[in-house]
Design a protein around this ligand. Sequence first.
Ligand code: C2E
Ligand code: CA
Ligand code: CA
Ligand code: CA
Length: 273
Amino acid sequence: AAKTTKARFRRYAVELDDRADEEARLGAEMRAALDAGRFTLVYQPIVSLPDGEIRYVESLIRWDKRSPAEFIPVAERNGLIVELGEWILRTACAQFVAWQAAYGEDAPERISVNVSARQLAEPGFAWVVADALAANGMAPGHLIVEVTETAVFGGGVAVRAVKELHELGVKIALDDFGTGHSSLGLLQTVPVDVLKVDKSFVDNLALAGRHAVIATALIQVADGLGLTAVAEGVETAEQALSLYELGYRLAQGYHFGRPVPEPAFRGIGAAAR
Ligand code: C2E
Ligand code: CA
Ligand code: CA
Ligand code: CA
């Protein structure tokens, strides 16, 4: 028995080693990709209901065919997210300003950028944001910083960073709202402007079961606190209609548009140019 235990341990140690190697390799590839300018941003429309007009866009990172859900956590663990995150912020702000210049009234009102826990915990993060705005001549109110509940749950530095951003005039969105352990409690400690209601509540809405009850409760919380609610992951016309009937006025999802390098900002102005 002792021998098999030992053997099992050895196999486990080898697996851990393999995983560490794999992660180190991915980390090195990301470093090279950042230096070579191989990361890009795509932008997904956030539209008003029921007309489907683009109001905001969310920026999402892309790197070849890889999923950000796979490589962002690696960048968080090895710290590269700090530099990568700064690139994301500056690129998104520059793109937003370019769209404003090109489309005027037809440009989106705001752009949102995902910010990870590690970035928020970095001292002086609010200054990095302020600098990205100033460098592009962009008013703070046009930027939405999306943070997750887990990123701000620990309190401390992250919450202070969010407060500083909010004082600058940057809008704060709570991402994946409703999926964490303390969604409602956080609203008392963190200044929030936008609640992004998680896709899981939007799925199966038409079944009028538990999902609909929670989606209703969440829009009531948002309305009651004077916050803007965005329903995430809307894939069908039925979901969009149900959300509208429940009181949602902003939505995001494949039904309205996938993340792309350049969403179609329609309107007479755009066509004339
Ligand atoms: P998230 O912030 O919750 O972003 C929403 C994800 O859902 C995106 O996946 C988006 O493409 C996808 N999505 C949008 N509409 C639909 C829909 O109707 N149906 C389905 N099934 N999916 C939809 P993506 O781009 O693969 O990003 C995954 C996650 O990676 C993001 O989740 C976010 O946590 C992280 N991420 C992406 N870009 C960045 C970034 O620039 N910085 C940071 N820190 N994290 C990022
Ligand atoms: Ca997000
Ligand atoms: Ca989300
Ligand atoms: Ca998510």
